[in-house]
Design a protein around this ligand. Structure first.
Ligand code: F6R
Ligand code: ZN
Length: 183
């Protein structure tokens, strides 16, 4: 029997159809994520920072997969570029793939000893995120950074350790260019 499917527009990174849900993070949801918390509190709490579209056809089961698309908008809080909250997976050994669809940015990767690496994200870039590695997307461009993702559906998200200690580097704009600032 012919089944209904979801649709993935691979140029725009738009996901629609069956089993697709959307979530959004605005400035008001991102307390203690950016360095300049005073500036964040002065900005419009309803300003959208990123959206995630997700295709969930199996639920959080061992052996399952989720497929998602993140859209990180261009913008800054003070000198710091808009970015995702970032997380380790709750089940630490669960890996993930990211790939660049449109826009330009950086993927911060941090191990449990807080050692960070950075990969450039651009249309066509492919990123393997091993288990035990925290990951965060940073939009350093002037249009939305759109990134696809596929990960084990039982991975879960651990936001708490990142909320508490952050990543060991931040990406700030200086003279129109991204620079890395150690925490
Ligand atoms: C899933 C994953 C992405 C992120 C998304 C938003 O494991 O890595 O789908 O969830 O980029 O970032 P966070 O979850 O850090 O707010
Ligand atoms: Zn993840």
């Amino acid at each position: 029997m012919l089944q209904k499917t979801a649709l993935f527009d691979s140029l725009q990174g738009k996901l629609t159809g069956d089993h697709v849900s959307r979530s959004r993070r605005s400035l008001g949801d991102l307390s203690n994520v950016f360095l300049n918390e005073e500036e964040r509190l002065r900005m419009n709490p309803d300003q959208h920072v990123y959206e995630v579209e997700m295709h969930d056809s199996c639920g959080e089961v061992e052996g399952g997969l989720f497929f998602g698309v993140s859209h990180v908008h261009p913008g800054k809080v003070g000198d710091e570029y808009f970015m995702t909250k970032g997380h380790f997976h709750q089940k630490r050994n669960r890996a993930e793939y990211y790939w660049g669809i449109s826009g330009e940015g950086l993927l911060l990767l941090m191990d449990e000893a807080r050692v960070c690496r950075v990969e450039k994200v651009f249309p066509g870039s492919l990123h393997f995120i091993a288990g035990h590695i925290a990951h965060r997307l940073v939009n350093t461009g002037s249009s939305s950074l759109v990134v696809g993702a596929c990960w084990p559906s039982d991975a879960g998200h651990d936001y708490e350790s990142i909320q508490k200690d952050g990543f060991s580097i931040r990406v700030m704009e200086k003279n129109g260019e991204p620079v890395f600032v150690k925490q």
